[in-house]
Ligand binder design. Sequence first.
Ligand SMILES: NC(=O)c1ccc[n+]([C@@H]2O[C@H](COP(=O)([O-])OP(=O)(O)OC[C@H]3O[C@@H](n4cnc5c(N)ncnc54)[C@H](OP(=O)(O)O)[C@@H]3O)[C@@H](O)[C@H]2O)c1
Length: 222
Amino acid sequence: MASTVAISGASGKTGYRIAEEVQRRGDHARLLLRATSQPPDSLQGVDQRRLSLMDATALDAALEGVDALVIATGARPSVDLTGPMRVDAWGVQRQVESCLRVGVRRVVLVSSLCAGRWQHPLNLFGLILVWKRIGERALESSGLDWTIVRPGGLSEREEDLDGEGVLYTPADQQESNSIPRRLVARCCVDALQTPESIGRILEVTSSMDQPVVGLQEALASW
Ligand SMILES: NC(=O)c1ccc[n+]([C@@H]2O[C@H](COP(=O)([O-])OP(=O)(O)OC[C@H]3O[C@@H](n4cnc5c(N)ncnc54)[C@H](OP(=O)(O)O)[C@@H]3O)[C@@H](O)[C@H]2O)c1
């Protein structure tokens, strides 16, 4: 039977691709969006719920009846340096708390390579890597069935992806390199379909030199 997968941050460049991949695999996507979010035309007609992550009642109602949540929210670059704290730490924590209240057991979080690092140029934006790790820890300690996907630098490239392999490693093994958002979206959906990914941090980057290996096969060699 088809599952219903909620995707928060589904108006974002990774989030909308996750929603597309969920639909493409025959499951139902439910988009969690804020009032001003603008999802792409490709998601017109898909179930949408508009809410603030700080509104627990609205968040609970939006998660009612879903089988899994993929968290693809992330602070957008801004002069407001509190964004990473509000979105990448508190926002994730609120979503985890809502899953616990509503009974959504399966959660995949899109985080970042180097999450938890204090000394890193990306931290010039509101200590984002530090707040991302706090968000990750809220999920890790929740008792939920979680997977954390930590991508490298994200690209918009959509061409020639079928021959491009993903390098999956456990936490704190990779520091650089990149991956197209489409492949991150596929990793998230693969994780939902791979019970062996529960309780794991997956660092992901990709390259044409990397053999194409499925997530389950990659995890078997860890
Ligand atoms: N950029 C990179 O190279 C890179 C590398 C590694 C990891 N990451 C992480 O990967 C994730 C996806 O990145 P992306 O560049 O694809 O995302 P993005 O396009 O910047 O989208 C961010 C999403 O988060 C939502 N959001 C932001 N603030 C919010 C708030 N206060 N309340 C609710 N929703 C909010 C946005 O909604 P609106 O559309 O309404 O703004 C949007 O849907 C992020 O967590 C990012 O930090 C990025």
